[in-house]
Design a protein around this ligand. Structure first.
Ligand code: ADP
Length: 589
């Protein structure tokens, strides 16, 4: 800031101007009045001196023009007064002069025409300032008439050089100027002090305001002043505190929104009115395979790997209303998309595109639909058989001793099948529901293997299957025993079902450190490779008719998979057609 523009300078300048003006006016009038008084004093003092000298003068000797006497008289009077003393006769002749010798007096011209003598002829003392041709300098003359009764007998004149008067005057003026300067200096110093004290709080307020303006709201203006300035500083401080509080709140809101924008499971893309991307959240970058690209500034149509997205956004921009649709990408991704226009000044200033990946919910929905269809279908076959047999029995076969019991047996078989099916459906629904609770206990795997083999023993014996059990003793797991028992039973059942007569089945287990791997191996029909990836799916069977014939529900392996996964493990299969299958599952210990 320029010095001349500062408040301090302005206050100081006005202060100094006022003081200087007041001092100058005072000095001027003081000078004038002192000069007047000094001159008056001088005049009256030399007037008195002249009067006294005139009174001392011997009138008779003056009349006689006794020059030796008069010369001695003026010399003496001149010495006493320190002035030039001249005695002039009534006719104007100079009779004596303290600064001129006797011979010089004779040469002096008649003084009757001198202004002071002319004036003094009127019986009054008269003074005149003029140039002395005798002494060649400016002199102050004062002449008094010497009276003899009413008659003027002569004149006594006193003269002092004007230089002396001027010396007195200039000494007087010097004193005034000196006092003026001292007063001015003092005024300047006190002015500066007053200005400094008054303007200092301004400086603090200005520097505080500048810091506020630059965004630093942590500083506070010191409250050193009082009155209006203190009020101003307090107001600015509370304003800064309020702004800072609001900014913190706004920043918090921004961070919350930013976090929501960043971490939302939905993909969000914001475009301007021309479909140029302005913002995109990480989920959208992932969806559009735009990671690492400098997306803002690019057209949505240029980056959208799912064409329907850009189309929805453009439609919302051109139509000015919300567009919602489901889009299925070539990669099998199902997206639920909502494109909302951003209305701005009556027009469309941009668009917010929200895309939600609904592939998994859609898949689950399809699976559920498929499951219901499968269950209905599976239930329909035994129910149709039961109904057919029951109707036949009711229509008379009941009486027939041969076919009657056969129909009743079929009804029983189908009812057992229905029961198995419903049980398996219940098991899998329970395992999938998320409500299944594991009741863990530590148990020996070998004991479990022996128990499960005992449960399927009759099946093995029926087919004369050669059975080996190679589970090492001492291998323990912490798991839900009933559920792992169910897994073993399902695998052993399948091994028995799909083995040929006199085949072989082996159950073994190995310690993998943190996990155990249990394998059930058979020398049965095996499974063609194409079926292997889907073999653990619900109701998936390589040969439906054969499976039904063998009393299968198509849910056994799916139950195995779910129960093992419930334990944090996984199950798998290796199989070679006509050689046999190897089903295994891995459990964390
Ligand atoms: P199922 O009740 O039909 O046995 P699973 O889910 O247990 O249902 O098995 C599904 C299908 O997997 C069976 O229908 C069968 O085709 C095949 N499978 C299961 N285990 C074996 C095995 N040990 N040997 C050959 N095929 C098998």
């Amino acid at each position: 800031m320029k010095l001349f523009a500062t408040l301090r300078f302005k206050i100081l300048l006005s202060y100094v101007l006022v003081v200087l003006f007041a001092l100058s006016v005072t000095a001027f009038f003081l000078d004038r009045s002192l000069e007047k008084h000094a001159l008056q004093d001088l005049h009256s003092s030399i007037g008195i001196q002249a009067g006294l000298i005139a009174a001392q003068l011997d009138l008779a000797r003056l009349e006689k023009e006794d020059t030796p006497y008069l010369d001695a008289f003026v010399t003496k009077s001149g010495r006493i007064t320190g002035s030039r003393v001249t005695v002039v006769s009534a006719s104007g002749r100079v009779l004596g002069d303290s600064q001129q010798s006797y011979t010089e007096i004779l040469k002096m011209e008649n003084h009757l025409n001198r202004p002071e003598i002319i004036k003094a002829s009127g019986h009054e003392a008269a003074s005149v300032t003029r140039y002395s041709h005798t002494l060649k300098k400016e002199m102050l003359y004062l002449a008094v008439p010497v009276r003899d009764g009413q008659r003027v007998a002569g004149f006594v004149r006193l003269a002092i050089p004007m230089a002396r008067v001027k010396r007195v005057m200039s000494s007087l003026r010097r004193t005034i100027i000196f006092s003026f300067l001292i007063s001015a200096l003092f005024a300047l110093a006190t002015g500066w002090l007053v200005v400094w004290l008054t303007a200092a709080p301004f400086g603090e307020i200005i520097s505080g305001s500048k810091r506020f303006a630059s965004g630093d709201f942590t500083c506070r203006i010191p409250l050193r002043s009082s009155g209006e300035l203190r009020e101003l500083a307090e107001t600015l401080n509370s304003m800064a505190a309020e702004i800072s509080r609001r900014m913190r709140e706004a920043e918090l809101r921004r961070l919350e929104l930013e976090a929501a924008f960043r971490d939302m499971s939905e993909a969000i893309v914001v475009t301007d009115g021309a479909g140029v991307v302005t913002r995109m959240n990480p989920r959208a970058e992932l969806l559009m395979k735009a990671r690492g690209m400098n997306v803002p500034g690019m057209r949505l149509t240029d980056i959208s790997v799912v064409p329907g997205l850009a189309e929805a956004a453009l439609k919302a921009l051109s139509g000015g209303s919300q567009v919602s649709r489901e889009i299925e990408s070539e990669a099998g991704l199902v997206l639920s998309v909502i494109a909302s226009p951003i209305k701005e000044n009556g027009g469309v200033g941009g668009c917010v595109l929200v895309a939600r990946d609904i592939t998994e919910p859609r898949r689950l929905e399809n699976m559920r639909r498929e499951f219901v269809a499968n269950v209905s279908h599976e239930l329909k076959t035994p129910l149709t058989a039961i109904r057919g047999c029951a109707e036949t029995l009711l229509n008379g076969a009941f009486e027939d001793k041969e076919s009657g019991p056969a129909f009743a047996r079929t009804i029983h078989e189908q009812a057992v099948r229905l029961d198995n099916l419903v049980n398996d459906i219940l098991k899998i629904s329970y395992a999938e529901s998320g409500r299944a609770v594991l009741e863990r206990s530590v148990f020996q795997l070998k004991d479990l293997a022996v128990d499960s083999v005992r449960a399927v023993k009759t099946l093995f014996e029926k087919k004369q299957i050669d059975f080996t059990e190679e589970v090492p003793g001492g291998l323990v797991v912490n798991a839900d025993r009933d559920k792992i028992f169910q897994v073993m039973i399902n695998l052993l059942h399948n091994a028995a079902k799909f083995s040929r007569e006199k085949g072989s089945v082996k159950i073994s287990a190995i310690d993998l450190g943190r996990e155990v791997k249990v394998t059930v191996e058979d020398s049965g029909s095996g499974i063609p490779e194409t079926h292997l990836p889907r073999i653990f799916e619900r109701f998936y069977r390589v040969d439906k008719a054969r499976s039904r014939e063998l009393g299968g529900t198509g849910l056994g392996l799916s139950i195995v998979k779910h129960l093992v996964e419930l334990h944090g493990g996984h199950a798998g299969v290796e199989s070679v057609v006509a050689q046999g299958s190897k089903f295994w599952f891995v459990l964390p210990k």
